[in-house]
Write a protein that binds this ligand. Structure first.
Ligand SMILES: O=C(O)c1cc(C(=O)O)c2c(n1)C(=O)C(=O)c1cc(C(=O)O)[nH]c1-2
Length: 230
C-alpha cells in the first residue's frame, strides 16, 4: 500500500472523528455546558497552531516553501487589519455564550489539554521537517469532519448563533489546501521505508494529541466541572 493509503488506514482507526465525545456531539447529545467546554478548550489548540507553524517555517530551507507555509500563519492570525481563524474562533465562543475575554485569559483550560497542545508544539519544534510536516496531515481528514459538525450543529444545537459556524465553513477549504500541499511535501521527502515509518509515527502521535484533548474534555464533563458562561 502506498503512503497515502497507509495514512488513510491509520486515520480510519485513530483519527478523532471516532472519539466518543465527537460521536455524542454529532448525535446532538451534548449539553450546552459540554459544548462550551469543548469550544473553550479547543481555543487553546487553535491559538497554538500559528506557533507550531512558525517552528515549521524556520525549518524550511527554501524561499518558495516558506512563501507557501507562511499562508497558514496568516490564515489563523489574519494579516494586519484583517480577521483570521483565531478571531473567528473567538466569535464561535461568543456564539455559544462565552465571553472573548474568558477565552483569551486561558482560564478553564484543562491541564491535560495544556499537555496535549504543548506536546504538539514541542514536537514541531524538536523534530525534523519531514515529521513536523507529517504531523499536520490529520488535516486530510478534518474537512469532512467539519462538514459533519456544521450539519450536526445546525440540526441539534439551534441555540448556537449561526455566525459561530463561520470558522468551520472557512476552514473546510483552507484545510483541504493545507493537507494537499503537506501531503505532496511528505511524499517528496520520504525516500526510504524508514522515512515512511517516521511519517506514520508522526501522524499517529498527532492523532493521539487530538484524541487526548477530547479525553480531557469528556472526562471533565463526567466529573461535572463548571464552565464559566457569561
Ligand atoms: O476541528 C477539527 O476536527 C480540526 C482538526 C484538525 C486536525 O485534524 O489537525 C485541525 C483543525 N480542526 C483546525 O481547525 C486547524 O486549524 C488545524 C490546523 C492543523 C495543523 O495540524 O496544522 N490541524 C487542524
Amino acid at each position: 500500500m502506498n503512503l497515502e493509503g497507509r495514512l488513510r488506514g491509520l486515520a480510519a482507526e485513530r483519527y478523532h472523528h471516532r472519539h466518543p465525545f465527537n460521536l455524542r456531539m454529532h448525535e446532538g447529545l451534548l449539553s450546552q455546558e459540554e459544548l462550551r467546554r469543548w469550544v473553550l478548550n479547543r481555543f487553546h489548540y487553535q491559538r497554538h497552531i500559528p506557533v507550531k507553524d512558525a517552528f515549521i517555517l524556520a525549518k524550511l530551507g527554501d524561499r518558495e516553501l516558506r512563501q507557501n507555509w507562511i499562508r497558514r500563519i496568516h490564515d489563523h492570525d489574519g494579516r494586519p487589519g484583517e480577521d483570521g481563524g483565531i478571531e473567528r474562533w473567538l466569535r464561535l465562543g461568543e456564539a455559544v455564550g462565552l465571553d472573548r475575554t474568558l477565552l483569551l485569559s486561558g482560564e478553564g483550560v484543562l491541564p491535560a489539554v495544556r499537555f496535549a497542545v504543548d506536546g504538539y508544539v514541542n514536537f514541531c519544534r524538536d523534530r525534523p521537517r519531514l515529521e513536523a510536516v507529517a504531523s499536520s496531515l490529520t488535516e486530510l481528514f478534518a474537512p469532512d469532519l467539519m462538514a459533519t459538525r456544521i450539519d450536526a450543529w445546525e440540526l441539534h444545537y439551534p441555540w448556537v448563533e449561526p455566525e459561530g459556524l463561520r470558522y468551520f465553513q472557512v476552514r473546510v477549504s483552507q484545510g483541504r489546501q493545507d493537507a494537499a500541499e503537506a501531503l505532496a511535501l511528505v511524499q517528496e521527502w520520504a525516500r526510504t521505508p524508514e522515512d515512511e515509518e517516521r511519517v506514520l509515527a508522526a501522524f499517529t502521535f498527532k492523532c493521539d494529541v487530538l484524541w487526548s484533548l477530547l479525553d480531557a474534555v469528556e472526562h471533565a464533563a463526567r466529573v461535572g466541572e463548571a464552565v464559566d458562561a457569561r
